[in-house]
Design a protein around this ligand. Structure first.
Ligand SMILES: Nc1ncnc2c1ncn2[C@@H]1O[C@H](COP(=O)(O)OP(=O)(O)O)[C@@H](O)[C@H]1O
Ligand SMILES: [Mg+2]
Length: 219
């Protein structure tokens, strides 16, 4: 598996209207890659992650994930189960009546039950500093707390591949430190979108930005 290709986007064209936003975009994430993407508002960063998750489909070009072409909605079921995706807006991610249920949702979906689920919930909430929040209502949390909860729901699924859309937005420094620690654990592959250069310096091996609708390496 070492260095095998996890995500391979080839010659992607995509636009919401007639104009193309992404043009002949190529992107490869290999096992173990830690990639940071930085770029101004509206350049297409979130769109790129949506294309990987199958939430948008390209007009042209190939989406290959875990070695298989992904075209139809069905093709993305496995992708969404195996890749942990942090939405830019946590309200898009959270839908349960309690924090406990929110974090338990993924593990229950994977067939885990009982004590094992509770342990995962405790561990995931602990890793983002939300111990003691289990009975709280996600909808009533602050922006930063929602973000940490969204991160916990992803960690609870123990993915080896993460796509994180502006993970530090609205977080205080201690929480950013926790996330840096989590990301520096061995075995993870990820794409992080962020405007936080210091955070990217500490978490990303390679960095890209956008130029003319495609990705350009930053040195
Ligand atoms: N659903 C949509 N319909 C029309 N335009 C959209 C839609 N979503 C995003 N856009 C536009 O596409 C461009 C890229 O959006 P996005 O990928 O969210 O940018 P970024 O994440 O880099 O800030 C922006 O100009 C945005 O307004
Ligand atoms: Mg965005």
């Amino acid at each position: 598996m070492e260095n095998s290709i996890v995500v391979n986007l080839s010659n992607i064209n995509f636009g919401y209207k007639e104009d193309l936003l992404l043009r002949d975009l190529n992107f490869v994430l290999r096992d173990g890659d830690r990639i940071g993407i930085i770029g101004p508002n509206g350049c297409g960063k979130t769109t790129l992650l949506y294309l990987i998750m199958g939430l948008l489909k390209p007009h042209k070009g190939g989406v290959e994930i875990f070695g298989r072409k992904r075209v139809r909605e069905d093709d993305f079921v496995e992708v969404r189960a195996k890749i942990g995706f942090l939405f830019q807006n946590s309200d898009d991610q959270l839908f349960c009546p309690s924090v406990r249920e929110e974090v338990a949702f993924g593990p229950l979906n994977f067939g885990k039950r009982g004590r094992e689920v509770e342990n995962i919930v405790d561990e995931s909430l602990g890793s983002v500093g939300l111990e003691g929040f289990k009975q709280r209502v996600p909808y009533h949390l602050s922006g930063g707390e929602k973000r940490r909860l969204a991160m916990a729901t992803i960690l609870a699924m123990k993915p080896r591949v993460l796509l994180l859309d502006e993970p530090t937005l609205g977080l205080d420094l201690p929480t950013v430190e926790k996330i840096v620690e989590i990301l520096n654990e061995p075995g993870l592959s990820y794409v992080i979108i962020s405007q936080n250069r210091d955070f990217l310096k500490r978490t990303a091996g390679k960095q890209y930005t956008f130029e003319n609708g495609a990705l350009k390496t930053l040195d």
